[in-house]
Design a protein around this ligand. Structure first.
Ligand code: TXA
Ligand code: MG
Length: 315
């Protein structure tokens, strides 16, 4: 079933039941090399899924759970390979949304759940968006209203060189550094083999081509094309654009994050030839917004390259 979390809506199944988990991949048309996040009712459930917890992971869990932080830790055998795409580590988090919490507690099993959208498409932040993405393919959608953060959880992995951010999200790099009293690096994606098979370049993407520009003022619209603008803060009316979405008129990054995927969805439905997106300041949750915008803008053929890389990694 689909359920609300504080980040985006998830599509959940019993993480210990491979047959149930397969149905998630089918509904999303998600390739099997892309691992799922396992959701727990509380940190006490960690021992059901992971074999060890480094001290720094424990510290982050204590500070940020329940909440939008995912930790990548060594998996127990009980978690089937299909959940982790054959990796030795499993990604786990404890959501703070009361509906997600109640559902997991009643199910009394760890719940594997990716975002409740078709693979590679925009993550849903409302029950209606889930219905549009997967409505004909899933049994139930729990409606908890619009989600609070609007972008997916921050993912942190722990390697020999210390903790690294695999995906920026609502828990910011600044907060992580502050909590651990040291630098926390961001794992680079482009140009390198992905750290995890799931880190595909193109993700969170509307069907309409999206171009990230430096400044909307300098954008020259191609003749006869319908272009939409995804602006960070208020703009003056502009005849070059058929549709304009403003993420946060007051220029607040947290506010912008909550509007990001809804705005992308509306522009995608507006019959445009192109969506032009403005950058946001790359600090705090702005890093997560820029990460999603860059991936949405990545050319379609990068998907193929991403898949090839992932297959090579598995071999
Ligand atoms: O906020 C969220 O994290 C949402 C809600 C529903 O919890 N979930 C979500 O799941 O965004 P999904 O599947 O859309 O993104 C999960 C990503 C994968 O694509 C992969 O990059 C990473 O998490 N991941 C999962 N398991 C991993 C693992 N074992 N090692 C490294 N990365 C992993
Ligand atoms: Mg997703």
């Amino acid at each position: 079933m689909a359920f609300p979390s504080e980040t985006v809506y998830g599509l959940g199944a019993d993480a210990t039941n491979p047959t149930a988990v397969v149905r998630i991949f089918e509904a999303k048309e998600r390739p099997h090399f892309d691992p799922l996040i396992v959701h727990l009712a509380d940190a006490g459930w960690l021992e059901r899924c992971v074999s060890s917890v480094p001290a720094e992971a424990s510290r982050l869990a204590g500070r940020f759970w329940p909440g939008p932080l995912t930790l990548v830790l060594p998996k127990r055998e009980r978690i089937p390979d299909i959940v982790t795409a054959g990796l030795r580590n499993v990604a786990v988090r404890v959501p703070s949304h009361p509906v997600a919490h109640a559902m997991i507690e009643q199910a009394d099993v760890p719940v594997a759940a990716p975002s409740a959208n078709r693979f590679g498409h925009i993550s849903p932040t409302t029950a209606e968006a889930v219905r549009q993405e997967l409505g004909d393919r899933i049994d139930l959608i729990l409606d908890g209203g619009p989600t609070a953060h609007g972008v997916e959880s921050t993912i942190v992995a722990f390697g020999p060189d210390g903790p690294r951010i695999l995906r920026p999200g609502p828990i910011t790099r600044e907060e992580l550094c502050d909590s651990l009293g040291r630098e926390v690096g961001i794992a680079s994606r482009s140009g390198h083999a992905p750290e995890a098979p799931g880190q595909l370049d193109r993700h969170y993407a509307p069907r309409t081509p999206l171009r990230l520009v430096k400044r909307a003022e300098e954008f020259v619209a191609p003749r006869g094309k319908k272009v939409g603008l995804l602006a960070f803060r208020g703009t003056t009316p502009d005849t070059r654009f058929t549709a304009i979405e403003v993420l946060s008129p007051r220029g607040d990054l947290r506010h912008a994050a909550t509007n990001l995927f809804g705005a992308m969805r509306r522009l995608d439905a507006a019959g445009l030839d192109l969506i032009v997106a403005e950058p946001v300041p790359a600090a705090g949750i702005g890093l997560a917004i820029m990460d999603r915008l860059r991936r949405a803008a990545t050319a379609r053929d990068r998907v193929r390259i991403g898949r090839e890389k992932a297959q090579k990694l598995r071999r």
